[in-house]
Design a protein around this ligand. Sequence first.
Ligand SMILES: [Zn+2]
Length: 716
Amino acid sequence: MSESSSKVTADHLRRDAYLYVRQSTLYQVANNTESARRQYDLRGRAVALGWPAEKVTVIDIDQGQSGASAADREGFQRLVAEVSLGRAGIVLGLECSRLARNNADWHALLRLCAFNDTLICDEDGLYDPATINDRLLLGLKGTMSEAELHFIRARLQGGLLAKATRGELALRLPTGLVYDAAGNVVLDPDSGVRGVIAHLFTTFEATGSASATVKAFASDALRFPARHLTGPHAGQLYWAPLRHDHVLFVLHNPRYAGAYFYGRRRQVTDAEGNHHTVVKAREDWTTLIPGAHPGYISWEQFETNQATLTANAAARGEDRKAGPAREGPALLQGLVVCGKCGRRMSVRYHRRCEGTLVPDYTCQREGIATGTPPCQSTCGAGIDTAVADLVLQSLTPLALETALAVSAELTERAAEADRIRATSVERARYAADAARRRYLAVDPSNRLVADTLEADWNHKLRELNDTQDDYERASQDDAATLNDQQQQRIRALTADLPALWHAPATPMRERKRLIRLLVTDVTLIRSSEHITAHVRLPGGQQHTLTVPRPLTAYEQHTTPAATVALIDELMADHTFDEAVTILRERNILSGWGKPFTVPSLTALCRARNIPSLCDRLQAAGMRTLAEVAHDLGTAPDTVKKWQRLGLITGRRVDGRREHLYHPGQHCPGDNPRRDATLRRYQKLSDPTATISTARSSDQQPDKASVSIRSSIEGAV
Ligand SMILES: [Zn+2]
């Protein structure tokens, strides 16, 4: 004790003591109170070593946290922080394992303690990590602590694993399978449960999609069984609407195919100490025993379902492949590849005026990611038709006869190859027999020769074995030839195919499924003139189709160039309303096939930069009302009046009777003849009124009126 005490210096005592308290699980916290009491008792140890009671800080916020990683342990992180800042004189814990079950965390703490001259105290003693002996001991204790965790786990799991490997470990069964009295797995005795699960599998087979299965269940108002796992109703059955994750669970679960499995998933811990569950590849599963108990589907059907699900899932992700064939009319949905960047193109639909849905193929993935315009995009109607024609053409009876002839030829060649392979097996067998005879013929006591001949015989036997294996494998590969009945059916189908394809009753989804059998993918490159489609067929064949680029809406609705030229001509000396009248008389229509109106003609002129009559006259030097009023030093209304009287001349330029005026006109007051006309007009209209616009009393008579009046008065 004295040696221990001698490690404590005044410098340590000046700093605080930290007592770290932890129990791994909440169950331990609640029930293992003895351990907790011992941990808190260490506080007394700190006081005995010389720390005042108020300088002992207890960190116990990690209760119920495992010591396997520091990531989630706030208290441990705080402890490390305090040590790093040099505030801790001593760290107390009941045993090293309370501090860390993970060597990396433990050694980090040790290094920090050594660096900051912090002591460590557990139930067994007091350690100074700065000295090599203590540090060695602490390191060893940490290693033991981590190893202890491993051994506990290994002991617990070893028995389980051994049982699971033999397929004897009883695991929780999915709904629809139960243990009978003898502990064997059997189908659920409830025929309702069995019926629904069987229905799920048949629905998936028919639709080929988990989502479609969910939809089918929902539209038929079918519910799916499950059992309560815990609580007062544990083991009891309840029915709930089928969900997508249920379907995937059922389809991916090998137990429905009668297979026992264990160790399909694995726990991994990432660099930040977070745990994740990872599904292992099937060859890495601990156990997989097909045919271990009765199931709802065969193992072959299970494999088929997995393949379908994998193909469906491939519709998502980085390199997307064709997803399940859907109802929309885009024939090449999921098969189109962008010829510019190599990514999969997606389908969009737009509705034409007459109501038909038209597919568009768009390469927009990069565009969405980077906020730029799509790589390329094109209307798909023409391409769909061209590819369908190509496929139907390539399935003509003549092409089929050729294919069948080639198939027969291949069969013959396969038979020939088979004969050749058979002879090599025969050769190997003869060599092995000869080696055996040589070996039997030699005197067994002549060890030297007998050993060599035995080795030779063994070698020849191995060769025979390999040759036989090769032969069987190759024969199996060649076995897939067509018999007469199959050939008949194929011929019949080809004759029917075009009619079947074009029949309105054939759902689009079936056409798509057919196309997927016959086309691997279609690569599109759109140029300004046409679209090039490279069609790849499953045999590795390639076809290149060129389809004229469909007109854009803009191009379809553009006014013909001749009409535009005519409008340009008309605008030279007609206002918009006059031009519209002329165009209507000549029965000339706009790009949308409608008669022109003043607004549509105005918009067209603005869009095509065709100057209006007003623009042209102004460009030629004619003056607006405001300008001419300014020139003459009078009000616009007066100018209009003068124009009505014929005193100045102008030209109407639009339907609202707006005028432009010829330049270089003079005030009527300068012209005696016009003055006389004006006087006559004055007398006729109102002998007592002045000429000034007396419309409103608050308006000042303008300069021009005054000058006219004065000139009139002067004349009188
Ligand atoms: Zn692209």
